[in-house]
Design a protein around this ligand. Structure first.
Ligand code: IVH
Length: 674
């Protein structure tokens, strides 16, 4: 290859890579596999090494470039980065809407764009002649810190705007929010903790922290993401509405959120707010409300701003998920496997619409590190659908504090001396400890296991404490008259529980296995075991070697399973359960549902017969919900070609996975016609 050919090839490769970056990060619909992409990237890197004269700053290979900085430069924004007037009260929204109607010209339509309020770090990006030349933190709103080298490492930020649909203006300054998706945030924290470092309290702090690294290589190791939502300044192009702004951003290859909608009435806005609040845990990144913006940019101009806020926008917040409260007591709580966890009992607070009075403190080291004591003022939070946690202690100078929390020496439930196993404190009295038994009972009755209606935490504890359940099988011998004697039970609730237990006792092998509490065996493995062995008798006699033939079972797990069934107490419990108390039924053929109402889907990878967008619309038109993160609430993951980490997550959570054929079959005649 001569220099001329190399020049041409380098250009081709850059163009192709930019296009695939755009498809992958902005459109969320990649056309080629990761391997094919890596190959293009490697070829480009090789050519640039061979011909250093061809290297340019906006080459896709140059995202992480330059030496670590010693300090950030201060940069003035193209226009002030204001903040938003905000409130969680619907009345404040009504007042905002009234104000705008009064300000509007007689007969003018007042129309809004409602968008999620992204909980990340606000940044300004400047493109000159289509090239990214500046990136700045919000700072004090007038000026911020120049973080171009760091922002360049964010794969979803184009280094060059696309000019094939709309010409690129000579100067463009946009505002967006840099975020960390929850999955990435959790992985980052795991990595930090493994390295003995302190985890971030939330994705926003993690994103802001990553942007303020002096060494761009560190930023580049944190998978940041961005959504762009506003123009700060533009030259050479007039746009008329916010909706058009978002559309144009998309055409330039900037990443735009897909949840914004045009809405004209307060009722519509309230509905949008309620809908996003309900989906909050499913969208994969943190949002803390809805931003409502006047759609008409001309009218915006004439409304202007106050000192701090634009008059044309309003942040309609969600109830907060982080609150300050006081620790009343710290208890040691014994779990199903005997692990003792310190739990903070707190003055109840509302976190994102749920009243919370307990939060986990993880383990004794965490309590020490955060130095949380009874009586302390603390910040608590609930992220996604995880257990509430104590984030930090709030200093109260001059206040006398209680002594440090100490893990007890003996099990608070059964008095057995506790033992230390690594970072865990464990009650070794596995079979007779009432707390462990109650937790096992709860586990057996949980949603993914027997799914016993009416068997909650308190009832499980009561049944054990009152001696009605001494071993798991006793649950199935309960009579309504016995339950009626218990505190909080009446005739009706007693019969209901007995009925719930009876219904749950006819169950499938997979559910039964998932509920037994075999060490390391979760729902996914339980399903694999059930599929492989079909009967409990076959499984009970399987040896370690045979077990490892089952998908997802490794040597360690095989050893645990064999050990579990050989243990005499377990064997006895299992015999009693199977002695007419639990009836194992054949799993029904996986039926093809005709009604998708309320089912939750996640789409990943490319589909052949229809685009992901079309699939999404189709599903939504059939009453299903399409979300972007896989959680335990997901009903189906549709995996096309080159699926991403969502498929892995689906496997972990044993969410049902459909390939394209399976998906079309599920849709049946409602799907695409050839
Ligand atoms: S518009 C002045 N839209 O919320 C209007 N802001 O104080 C420009 N935010 O720090 C902001 N999501 O960074 C707008 N869809 C969205 C947003 C959003 C999050 C942030 C913004 C600011 C804060 C409001």
């Amino acid at each position: 290859m001569n220099k001329k050919q190399a020049t041409q090839r380098v250009e081709e490769l850059r163009k192709a890579i930019r296009r695939h970056d755009f498809l992958y990060y902005v459109r969320d619909s990649p056309e080629i596999s990761d391997e094919a992409y890596d190959q293009l990237f490697r070829e480009l890197t090789r050519l640039e090494e061979e011909y250093p004269g061809l290297l340019t700053e906006d080459s896709p290979t140059q995202r992480v470039a330059g030496e670590p900085l010693s300090t950030f430069e201060t940069v003035e924004h193209a226009a002030p980065m204001l903040s938003l007037d905000s409130d969680a009260d619907p009345e404040a929204l009504r007042r905002f809407d009234d104000r705008l109607h009064r300000a509007a010209a007689e007969g003018a339509v007042v129309e809004y764009v409602a968008e999620p309020k992204l909980d990340g770090a606000s940044v300004e990006l400047v493109y000159e002649a289509g090239r990214l030349t500046r990136a700045t933190t919000r700072g004090d709103g007038g000026r911020g810190e120049g973080i171009l080298a760091n922002v360049r490492t964010i794969a979803a930020v184009p280094l060059r705007l696309r000019a094939d649909e709309v010409p690129v203006p000579p100067f463009l300054s946009v505002r967006g929010e840099v975020i960390l998706q929850i999955e990435a945030f959790e992985r980052l924290n795991e990595r930090l903790m493994e390295a003995g470092r302190e985890p971030f309290a939330n994705p926003r702090n993690a994103a802001a922290g990553a942007l303020r690294q002096l060494d761009p290589r560190i930023t580049s190791s944190r998978p940041l993401d961005i959504f762009v939502y506003d123009i700060l300044a533009i030259e050479g192009l007039e746009l008329e509405t916010q909706w058009e702004v978002l559309e144009t951003f998309r055409q330039w290859g900037l990443r735009v959120n897909d949840l914004p909608r045009v809405i004209a009435s307060v009722d519509g806005l309230l509905e949008y707010h309620a809908d996003l609040l309900e989906r909050r845990d499913d969208i994969g990144y943190e949002i803390d409300g809805v931003v409502i913006k006047l759609n008409d940019l001309g009218m915006r101009q004439s409304l202007g701003t106050t000192a701090r806020h634009p008059r044309w926008a309003f942040a309609f917040k969600f109830p907060p998920r982080r609150e300050v409260t006081r620790v009343l007591k710290i208890l040691a709580s014994v779990g199903r496997t005997g692990v003792v966890t310190p739990v903070a009992m707190m003055r109840p607070v509302e976190l994102g619409g749920v009243t919370v009075s307990r939060a986990t403190l993880h383990n004794r080291e965490e309590v020490m590190r955060k130095d949380i004591r009874e009586g302390d003022r603390v910040r608590v939070q609930r992220a996604g659908d995880v257990i509430p946690q104590v984030v930090e202690r709030i200093e109260e100078p001059g206040r006398k504090r209680s002594p440090r929390f100490e893990m007890p020496d003996e099990c608070p439930s059964c008095g057995t001396p506790l033992v230390e196993r690594g970072p865990f404190t464990v009650c070794p009295n596995s079979f007779e400890c009432p707390a462990q038994l109650a937790a096992r009972l709860l586990h057996l009755g949980s949603r993914n296991a027997l799914d016993v209606e009416g068997l909650g935490e308190e009832t499980a504890r009561l049944l054990v404490d009152k001696g009605l359940v001494r071993q798991l099988p006793d649950l199935f011998d309960l009579k309504a008259v016995q339950l009626q004697e218990l505190e909080g039970f009446a005739e009706k609730s007693a019969t209901n529980l007995v009925e719930g237990i009876r219904r749950a006792s006819h169950t499938e092998l997979a559910r039964f296995l998932a509920g037994l509490g075999i060490p390391e065996v979760g729902v996914a493995v339980a399903r694999q075991l059930a599929r492989h062995y079909r009967t409990i008798d076959a499984l009970r006699v399987a040896d370690e070697e045979a077990l490892q033939e089952v998908d997802g079972v490794g040597p360690r797990m095989a050893e645990q399973i064999v050990g579990f069934f050989l243990e005499p107490h377990n064997a006895h419990v299992l015999d009693r359960l199977l002695d007419d108390r639990v009836v194992l039924i054949e799993a029904p053929e996986e039926e093809i549902s005709t009604d998708l109402e309320g089912l939750r889907f996640v789409l990943t990878g490319g589909l052949e017969r229809l685009s992901r967008e079309a699939a999404k619309e189709l599903l939504e038109s059939l009453g299903a919900k399409v979300t972007s993160t896989v959680s335990s609430k997901t009903d189906y993951v549709v995996a096309g070609s080159d699926p991403g980490s969502k498929l892995e997550k689906a496997r972990q959570l044993s969410v049902q996975i459909l390939d394209e054929a399976g998906f079309l079959e599920l849709l049946g005649e409602r799907g695409v016609t050839p």
